[in-house]
Design a protein around this ligand. Structure first.
Ligand code: ADP
Ligand code: GLC
Length: 473
């Protein structure tokens, strides 16, 4: 069995702020089926500390960026976890990236330490004798791991995966030495980034291979509109970039395991799930009930919802929103609920159980993102026959077959996609949703198509396995 060290800032079930954690937590099991043993290295945040007691120490460094650091090893939910215990960096109240006053000011150092430990483990192995064949770094928090590895002259290959290029790990150039980066590599073709440093750029420059989480996003990243400053780097390395779609855990995300089970073959239970959800949320909706489960941010296009709501609701639609994030967007969602009682229900917060009831009971899931590296909720929607209405970007474009006349007559449509991401195109897509929902025959066919569309990990795990195999060959 080949061995991979996966380095990331979050991992389900230990800590999650977004889809990154789902993917990092799913890969070990998916890859085990492909003959690769993966261990996940992440920081020992306070919320995960209780897990560590009794875990053996497998790596240590007395001065890990200003204090002692050690790695302990254990199993959580079948995943081999390596926790980097460095209290001076991670033992703080608040989120993984921010505290009550906003982002932690030493984030670049905090995640440089994670990357440093990852590179050291890849180079020297653990005290228990385990040594990876490949280092796999996720997003900017692990971006320096391939760089430390490359600059140390080690021959261990590395993969850098971009889950979201909007977050780049920018640091001022004055931190070069503090981040333990070699000054001779501070130039535009390597570490320099708009007069400073970016740990993501460092990873993109130095990793053996680059992946992102959908084929479309891999192409989009070469354009200024989506590359967010790094398009030149991605273009220069195009031969080493590939897009591998995320999967979802089809055991967890399954309409067959809810309170009102149903399947593609026996879809009846969905009507019961819908009735139960409407009762729970106080909704009475004659047309399609659209759901949104999302971080409430600019990326997700949430600000477009108030612009399209009136027309959609007037045509019989309903809306159930679950999310949290930008306070302004939270307020906009609450205002919508107050304006349309019985037709719009808004839950501010994070609630996985409620999200599953929403996927089971909803008719459609709305994902009007401005950019979306992959996106998981449209895939949950497919799985539950809760048809995705998505902006045609990134992974959304790669996973939904839009109900254009050709796809409808060929009987293959699974949802609706629209372009560009603006209120006009989104509004038209919602009108189409109203029309399709009224045509029970086409709707039933689309539901069947969606529920049969494969969204598991098998194919993508095989692609990661092939990528690793190519690197160690
Ligand atoms: P991103 O990582 O950009 O937020 P993804 O679609 O990849 O987008 O992943 C988001 C994940 O977080 C999904 O599993 C989604 O169901 C979940 N999620 C987002 N907001 C909430 C919420 N308020 N309650 C429950 N789950 C949520
Ligand atoms: C990021 C992206 C999302 C993707 C997730 C997991 O959070 O915004 O599109 O699904 O990472 O790769």
């Amino acid at each position: 069995m080949g061995r991979v060290l996966s380095v990331a800032s979050e991992c389900v079930p230990l800590l999650k702020t977004g889809g990154l954690a789902d993917v990092v937590g799913a890969l070990p099991q998916a890859l085990a089926g492909q003959g690769w043993e993966m261990r996940v290295l992440m920081p020992a945040y306070p919320s995960v500390l209780p897990q560590i007691s009794g875990w053996p120490e497998v790596w240590a460094e007395s001065d890990l960026f200003g204090g002692a650091g050690r790695v302990v090893a254990g199993q959580v939910a079948g995943i081999s976890i390596l926790l980097l215990d460095a209290p001076h960096l991670y033992d703080r109240e608040g989120g993984p990236y921010s505290g009550p006053m906003g982002d932690w000011p030493d984030n670049s150092i905090r995640f440089a330490a994670l990357s440093w430990a990852g590179a050291a483990i890849a180079r020297e192995g653990l005290q228990d004798g385990w040594r990876p064949d490949v280092l796999h770094a996720h997003d900017w928090q692990a971006g320096l791991a391939p760089a430390y590895l490359a600059y140390s002259g080690a021959s261990v290959p590395s993969v850098m995966t971009v889950h979201n290029i909007a977050f780049q790990g920018f640091a001022p150039a004055s931190q070069l030495a503090a981040l333990r980066l070699p000054a001779q590599h501070y130039h535009p073709d390597a570490l320099e980034y708009f007069g400073g440093l970016s740990s993501l750029k460092a990873g993109l420059i130095t990793a053996s291979k680059i992946t992102t989480v959908s084929p479309s996003y891999a192409g989009e990243l070469r354009r200024a509109e989506f590359g967010m400053g790094l398009q030149g780097v991605l273009t220069a390395r195009a031969a080493d970039v590939s897009g591998i779609l995320n999967g979802v855990d089809t055991a967890v995300w399954s309409p067959e395991t809810g309170a009102h089970p149903y399947s593609a073959r026996a879809p009846k239970g969905k009507a019961h799930a819908r009735t139960a959800l409407c009762t729970e949320l106080g909704l009475d909706v004659p047309g399609p009930l659209a759901i949104i489960v999302s971080r409430l941010t600019d990326q997700k296009g949430i600000d477009l919802i108030p612009l399209v709501a009136a027309e959609f609701l007037a045509a019989g639609g309903g809306l159930a929103v679950l999310g949290s994030g930008d306070p302004g967007l939270e307020a906009q969602m609450r205002a919508l609920e107050a304006q349309y009682p019985g037709r719009v229900a808004v839950s501010i917060g994070y609630d996985e159980d409620l999200s599953q009831r929403m996927f089971a009971g909803g008719d459609a899931v709305l994902v009007p993102s401005r950019f979306e590296p992959c996106g998981l909720t449209q895939m949950y929607g497919l799985r539950y026959g809760t048809l995705p209405v998505v902006a045609a970007v990134g992974g959304l474009a790669d996973t939904v077959i839009t109900a254009n006349p050709a796809a409808v007559s060929a009987g293959v449509a699974t949802g609706i996609s629209f372009h560009p991401t603006d209120a006009a195109a989104f509004g038209l897509a919602l009108q189409q949703l109203i029309r399709l929902y009224a045509d029970r025959k086409i709707w039933a066919q689309m539901m069947r198509n969606a529920m049969r569309h494969p969204v598991g990990w098998e194919e993508s795990a095989a692609r990661y396995a092939a990528l690793y195999a190519g690197l160690v060959a």
